[in-house]
Design a protein around this ligand. Structure first.
Ligand SMILES: [Zn+2]
Ligand SMILES: [Zn+2]
Length: 176
């Protein structure tokens, strides 16, 4: 499926909500792009890196998560990441979802009702597969996990035999 171009949205938001601070002569100071098909764990992110002493920052929106959602979800995700870019590049403050973020988010939400920015992106994210099998040392029951866990104990054994507390006799072990 084709995705909508992000730059027109970026310039529009930059003008309306960020006093044009995120572009110089219509050239964005932060790159904006769609991800490839692999970004499935978050709807979008902002990141800054330093390459040869030169600061480069970009906003990446998840194509697989957002492409089938309504425009307002793309708008709210892009605007969310633009607030991160603005805090980092313009305010030059080290903050994630702190007071500057919340104030800007509320200001933008109050000024329009096309979309709503939230602190967490609440779109359906594809969760990792349950592909790791762990086995209780005590009762031999097996459980499926999304990753290898350390020092977790079998819930049913803890409840039945160890007073509902963690006990190393019923650790869950993973095959190599
Ligand atoms: Zn955020
Ligand atoms: Zn057990």
């Amino acid at each position: 499926m084709a995705v909508i171009p992000l730059l027109p949205l970026f310039h529009n938001f930059n003008k309306s909500f960020f006093a044009n601070s995120l572009a110089i002569d219509f050239e964005p100071i932060v790159k904006v792009r769609w991800s490839d098909n692999r970004l499935k764990t978050t709807a979008g992110f902002y990141k800054r890196s330093k390459v040869n002493g030169h600061i480069s920052s970009e906003i990446v929106l998840s194509k697989p998560i957002l492409e089938s959602l309504p425009l307002r979800d793309i708008q709210s995700t892009l605007c969310h990441e633009m607030i991160h870019a603005w805090i980092d590049r313009i305010l030059k403050t080290n903050e994630i979802h702190g007071i500057n973020f919340v104030n800007k988010m509320n200001e933008i939400n109050n000024r329009q009702d096309t979309f709503e920015i939230t602190i967490r992106h609440s779109f359906p994210v594809q969760r990792k597969e349950l592909k790791y099998q762990g086995k209780c040392l005590h009762c031999g029951l097996t459980y499926m996990y999304r990753r290898r866990m350390k020092n977790i104990a079998c819930k049913s054994c803890c409840n039945l035999f160890f007073n509902s507390t963690w006990n190393e006799k019923c650790l869950i072990v993973f095959e190599k």
